[in-house]
Design a binder for this molecule. Structure first.
Ligand code: NAD
Length: 512
């Protein structure tokens, strides 16, 4: 029986079994990018016992397809495959690696529409946003194909006349990569692009909610001619993930672990990686403050707030989580923001062209938004718009704005990761900065002001890794992405993005 799930997507209404062929397809989706097996050592392989786990449509909860469920055994095989290909990959010239990354980039662009539909199918985000993610994801392959040729060392003057000092940068080895569901393509290319550029080989474990995008990228890597074993993907169910993560963090053949996800998971991985002293790169959660000072251009601030808060239905680690608005502009900001939300945001299926707000990723995510709202309301906050699940389905939520929010409420202390904009009123610049910095995480921070002296002061004082001044969308391959405090370690993208995959070697020439 065929059952229609979305415009363009169909699923076979049969019981979930051990078949390795994807069971959803579309006339508009090329079948070669729909992969269901693990990609290890350049081969598509079933997991042991042909184990599979279902991939669900977050909009309906229905099964889209099933993919191989890899456990520790497949993880070890993938690490071994990556290790076996390391010597030849790092011996390739940087130009050879650059050319292959560029081919992979070209193939992403060529297949951008199919890749975008896959993201919308498994993640739920509106198709337009999925397409933006694909272009953003591809831009990291382009960027690192260029950076591959610029991994320079140094020649350093010495105080000994008979010596010379050289500094070499060398690939660290096999890197484990664990990615989240909210940017299933971009978080992968931002890491793998950098690693492959400098000569490392990788094993990728994608999020259990969104393995299809990672497998499609493996297919394109294969088509681009990336050699067998250099790029490996092992999908894994939620129940097998901890044991796979343990292999990826402890196997002696792995040299580095790069993770994007929650701070809680990051801490588990750091602990596991410590025994074998692996290099760790962590992109973790945030609690982004979005400050609007009295001097701000109000319309720009509202436009920036809308973009920053509601992209990916509020499910990005750099989404504004707390709006701090100065008392002189507070009421007008709230009024304009609510009008803009009601006018510009439309909840519905990601495949509907008019949709700007897709579903949240799963029921747990919806419950978190609900718990933040009920906690805030019980402590005195007011629901100005939204506040409940949307009629489109159980995982859809109304874009919500709360006023009268105070710093003791959960929504001001924890990442909501959903379409909730809580507004806190403040009086002085010092008070705003103190509230903004009163957190153990610090990824992104935004503020709107027309006062030049204030702009410098606040930009320097915010305890975050990324600052947006009069700008709500910041991510780009040229700039370093990463946080301070418990938001992470290291930077991704930019010229610094390769550092996590490099060792520095000091070479001393003596007796000259
Ligand atoms: P998560 O930590 O639950 O999952 C992220 C990844 O870790 C997934 O692949 C998951 O399968 C895996 N994982 C979970 N437990 C594991 C374990 N014990 N061992 C090994 N792997 C494990 O986070 P999430 O819910 O997928 O993502 C949301 C969080 O990620 C938010 O906190 C968000 O801020 C953060 N995030 C950060 C960035 C960034 O660049 N800083 C980007 C996107 C998301």
């Amino acid at each position: 029986m065929l059952r229609r799930l979305h415009s363009g997507f169909w699923a076979l209404g049969v019981a979930f079994g051990s078949c390795s062929v994807p069971r959803f397809y579309s006339s508009r989706l090329g079948s070669e990018l729909l992969r269901s097996q693990a990609y290890i050592g350049g081969r598509w392989l079933d997991a042991d016992g042909r184990a599979q786990f279902p991939v669900l449509d977050p909009a309906s909860g229905q099964q889209l397809t099933a993919v191989s469920d890899c456990g520790p055994q497949e993880a070890r095989e993938a690490v071994r495959a990556a290790y076996n290909s390391l010597a030849s990959w790092k011996a390739a010239t940087s130009k050879e690696r650059s050319n292959l990354l560029r081919k992979w980039y070209d193939l992403m662009l060529k297949n951008k529409d199919e890749l975008a539909r896959l993201i919308t199918a498994e993640n739920g985000k509106p198709l337009k946003e999925s397409l933006s993610e694909i272009l953003y994801a591809a831009s990291f392959l382009e960027w690192f194909s260029e950076e591959a040729r610029r991994v320079y060392g140094d020649v350093v003057p010495t105080s000994s006349p008979d010596r010379r000092i050289l500094i070499l940068k060398q690939p660290i080895g096999v890197a484990s990569i664990i990615t989240p569901w909210n940017f299933p393509s971009a978080m992968l290319t931002r890491k793998a692009g950098a690693a492959l550029a400098v000569g490392c080989t990788v094993v990728v474990k994608p999020a259990e909610d969104t393995p299809l995008s990672a497998l499609a990228l493996a297919e394109l890597a294969d088509q681009a001619g990336i050699p067998a074993g250099v790029f490996n993907v092992i999908p894994s169910s939620k129940s097998k993930t901890p044991s796979v993560g343990e292999v990826l963090c402890t196997d002696p053949l792995v040299a580095a672990i790069s993770f994007t996800g929650s701070t809680a998971t990051g801490k588990i991985l750091l602990r596991q990686a410590s025994d074998t002293v692996k290099k760790a790169s962590m992109e973790l959660g945030g609690l982004a403050p979005f400050i609007v000072f009295d001097s701000a251009n109000l319309d720009r601030a509202v436009a920036g707030a809308l973009a920053s808060k509601f992209r990916n239905t509020g499910q990005t680690c750099v989404c504004a989580n707390r709006f701090l608005v100065q008392e002189g502009i507070h009421d007008s900001f709230v009024e304009k923001m609510v009008k803009a939300m009601q006018r510009d945001l439309r909840v519905g299926s990601g495949f509907d062209e008019l949709t700007t707000q897709g579903p949240l990723i799963n029921e747990r995510a919806v419950q978190k938004v609900e718990s933040h709202i009920s906690d805030a309301v019980s402590l005195g906050a007011c629901i100005v718009t939204g506040g409940k699940r949307h009629s489109s389905g159980a995982t859809f939520f109304e874009p919500t704005l709360l006023s009268n929010v105070t710093t003791d409420m959960l929504c001001a202390q924890e990442e909501t990761f959903g379409p909730l904009a809580p507004v806190i009123k403040f009086q002085t610049e010092e008070e705003a900065v103190t509230i903004a910095n009163a957190s153990n995480v610090g990824l992104a921070g935004y503020f709107y002001s027309s006062n030049l002296a204030q702009i410098w002061r606040v930009a320097e004082q915010l305890e975050v890794g990324i600052v947006g001044i009069n700008e709500g969308l910041l991510s780009t391959p040229e700039a370093p992405f990463g946080g301070v405090k418990q938001s992470g370690l290291g930077r991704e993208g930019s010229k610094y993005g390769v550092d996590d995959y490099l060792e520095i070697k000091y070479v001393c020439f003596g007796g000259l």
